[in-house]
Design a protein around this ligand. Structure first.
Ligand SMILES: [Zn+2]
Length: 123
């Protein structure tokens, strides 16, 4: 998938004009955990990735200059920081919402996470 810059992500999500979402994922203003069966695959279109294809160990560091936390709905969407730097970008064909998605790998589990892109938070 092609790598998207912060500007590209901002532009895509600005132009998206999301409607009220009917997808099974529900609201995800902050990072939300979901199971694969809730991912509406048929209506999700892959737009690109925020991962740097040349970076083998992307930073685990998060970006919270204003004291937000990982799951805060108002946390910055910082494309060069975790977890955006390991996320792929999708758009929902039915509501036009733009979403980031990545998978967290634990010892015995995988955990899928999703977050809606608010263009005002992209840095
Ligand atoms: Zn949707």
């Amino acid at each position: 998938m092609n790598k998207l810059s912060a500007d590209a992500l901002k532009q895509i999500s600005q132009e998206a004009k999301p409607q009220v979402c009917a997808c099974a994922l529900g609201a995800c203003k902050g990072w939300e955990s979901f199971t694969e069966d809730r991912w509406p695959k048929a209506q999700m279109r892959a737009l690109g990735s925020l991962r740097d294809p040349d970076e083998y160990s992307p930073t685990q560091e998060e970006f919270h200059p204003d004291g937000t936390r990982y799951a805060s709905p108002d946390a910055p969407i910082a494309v060069n920081f975790f977890p955006c730097n390991v996320s792929d970008v999708y758009a929902c064909d039915s509501c036009h919402k733009v979403l980031l998605r990545y998978t967290e790998f634990g010892g015995y589990y995988v955990d899928h996470r999703v977050r809606e892109v608010d263009p005002a938070l992209v840095v």
